[in-house]
Design a protein around this ligand. Structure first.
Ligand code: BES
Ligand code: ZN
Length: 612
């Protein structure tokens, strides 16, 4: 056994599958998928092959040519990696696995009709990053592996499907297609069912596999962009407006990083329980509805997910230990796109908010400094539990440091060459550093590359941004300590980002009365911008301003984005003398749990179990 990734059973001595063909029958009544997965290897193989599986009931494993059963075993689950599925091959170059997913499959959120906007039809969607693809189909679930795929989704006819792939057909089921599946051909071909077909011809790491099935509608927003969401005209209109700059951003991305290789850049706005701000599924970025603020600030999240089209989806981290290569590079690329489309001030505010976030993470990880490094050791660690801003913001700072050293033109040339050299490959930190040294000669004498990638904390040559608006806001936040409330004329043109930066820079220990004063003036607890609202509510919890606890509860029940759940629940339960807050957290979680995606459920559970 020679593992290549601490989060996968994939064995380096086994061939990596190059194609997966899926048949998926969606059974909304049991929240399960009856499925088959046909894995193709690059050459015939004899002996065992290791696959990842989580919560899958494997009915049989067959030689697809002869339909003869192949010997297999499924280990008991490891708490992080899930089950090790071993199939023994005898000169086979493909394997067919027949299986059913678990109702609590960690990638899937099944929404019953009352949980949707229109309340009449169900909805289901995936979130496979970091290591959840294995809960939808058996695979070598490591970003070191890349596969093309095709998929056939059998769904109720009132619903439609989207995927991180090209849509090729919507058609009637064909007799025989479902006969090997656990649902049987009768259910596959039943009245009222339809089949949606997709292909992904470019090799992708399994974490980029994605689908959503529901009552979907769409609007055109650009020559290669549509925005999809549940078919609610108001949501679609708002989304189409918010993302009107998509084509502009793609062009900026192409100018900076080379051709856009994925043909389409469609967007899907998910229900409020979507656990992330955005997810860069190729051809179809998934987005939280909390980015629809009506002021184009959601464009920043779109810029980020778009930037992954180059950094992350073309060049992928080999394992999660090198996650900074995905997110740090993407944060840098996102800010370059924002700067080009929205101007330098916006980009500087963004960097300032990031800088503040990075410093906060140093506090969070002060007893676990490993996770303040760029390259981390994740043996025995669940990537969902150590998800933080460090790979984003320290990674950004590292690349920004290199840009300052060599100048923008040289760094831009380097970045383009880096992408062209490693596209459709998965690489590690060492490969990046070798390429850096070979292409920016002498860089290692100017910047301590080892300190940056392997050291803990924030290196001394990191940089707080300077811009007049950024500096002014920090100054005003410092003055609040002395009792100075911002004047209306000073904040008249503030948007969400300005408020967010201001609130996040206020001291933690302000009096409850000051919190009430601030809110009486600026109604921050009712802000439609969740970044502002949550930043304010965190201050309220910090100073035990109980008047706002009802709003905290409402927020925790309205959205399932981890970025809000994690700090809010943590603020409620961390520290001493918090009995009332702990009771509140426990009760709210018990009541809201079912509305969260399984990944968010898991993370909140970890927080509560640590402190209660
Ligand atoms: N790929 C990430 C989301 C992710 C990371 C999901 C790790 C699962 C595991 C995505 O690109 C991302 O970074 N989203 C951010 C957006 C923000 C930085 C603009 C988010 O969700 O907050
Ligand atoms: Zn990202």
């Amino acid at each position: 056994m020679a593992p290549i990734d601490p989060h996968s059973f994939t064995d380096s001595t086994h061939p990596l599958a190059t194609h997966i063909s899926l048949s998926l029958f969606f059974d909304f009544s049991s929240s399960t998928i009856h499925a088959s997965a046909l894995l193709t290897l690059p050459a015939p193989h004899s002996g065992p092959i290791s696959l990842d599986a989580r919560g899958l009931t494997v009915h049989s494993v067959l030689d697809p040519q002869s339909s003869a059963p192949l010997p297999f075993s499924l280990s008991s689950p490891d708490p992080i990696k899930g089950c090790h599925l071993t199939v023994t091959l005898a000169n086979h170059s493909s394997v067919l696995v027949l299986y059913t997913t678990a109702p609590n499959s960690s990638a899937l959120q099944w929404l019953s009709p009352p949980q949707t906007f229109n309340k009449t039809l169900p909805f289901v969607y995936t979130q496979c990053q970091a290591i959840h693809a294995r809960s939808v189909f058996p695979c070598q679930d490591t970003p070191a592996a890349r596969v093309c795929y095709s998929a056939r989704l059998n769904v109720p006819r009132q619903l439609s499907a989207v995927m991180s792939a090209r849509h090729v057909d919507r058609r009637d089921p064909i007799a025989g297609e479902g006969s090997a599946l656990a649902c049987g051909d009768g259910a596959w071909c039943a009245e009222g069912r339809t089949v949606e077909e997709f292909v992904m011809e470019q090799p992708i790491p399994p974490y980029l596999f994605a689908f959503a099935v529901g009552e979907l509608g769409f609007r055109e927003v650009g020559p290669r962009t549509r925005v999809y969401s549940e078919a609610v005209p108001a949501v679609l209109e708002l989304a189409a407006k918010e993302f009107a700059s998509a084509e502009d951003m793609i062009r900026q991305g192409e100018a900076l990083f080379g051709p856009y290789e994925w043909e389409r850049f469609d967007l899907l706005v998910l229900p409020p329980s979507f656990p992330y701000g955005g997810m860069e599924n190729p051809r179809m970025t998934f987005l939280t509805p909390t980015v629809l603020k009506g002021d184009s600030s959601g464009a920043q999240v779109v810029a980020h997910e778009l930037a992954h089209s180059w950094t992350g989806n073309l060049i992928t981290n080999k394992t999660n230990e090198h996650f900074w290569l995905n997110e740090g590079f993407t944060t840098y690329a996102e800010r370059r796109i924002v700067e080009a489309v929205q101007g330098e001030d916006r980009a500087a505010l963004n960097i300032g908010i990031g800088w503040r976030g990075l410093n906060k993470e140093m506090e969070r990880f002060k007893d676990n400094m490993e996770f303040t490094k760029l390259k981390t050791n994740q043996e025995g660690v669940d990537p969902d539990d150590v998800y933080s801003e460090v790979p984003y913001e320290k990674g950004f700072q590292f690349l920004w440091r290199i840009e300052r050293q060599v100048g923008r033109p040289a760094f831009d040339e380097f970045t383009k060459k880096y992408i062209a050299t490693f596209k459709f490959k998965s690489i590690d930190t060492e490969t990046f550093l070798e390429f850096l040294k070979a292409n920016l000669l002498g860089i290692e004498k100017e910047i301590d590359l080892i300190l940056w990638t392997e050291g803990t904390g924030i290196p001394p040559d990191a940089y707080e941004p300077v811009s007049s608006i950024y500096t002014k806001i920090i100054l005003m936040a410092n003055e609040f300590k002395l009792g100075r409330m911002p004047r209306e004329d000073e904040v008249a043109d503030w948007g969400g980002m300005e408020w967010e930066l201001y609130l996040e820079n206020l001291p933690k220990s302000i009096e409850a009365s000051q919190i009430l004063d601030l809110n009486a003036r600026y109604s921050l607890s009712e802000s439609k911008d969740y970044e502002v609202k949550v930043a304010f509510l965190l201050l309220a919890i910090g100073s035990k301003c109980k008047d706002h606890y009802a709003e905290v509860e409402k927020t925790l029940k309205a959205v399932g984005r981890k970025k809000y759940l994690v700090p809010l629940y943590t603020a409620l339960v961390e520290g001493t003398g918090k009995e009332e807050e702990k009771i509140l957290a426990k009760r709210v979680f018990a009541e809201a749990r079912e509305t969260y995606h399984p990944i968010a459920q898991g993370v909140v559970e970890t927080i509560l179990s640590k402190h209660i």
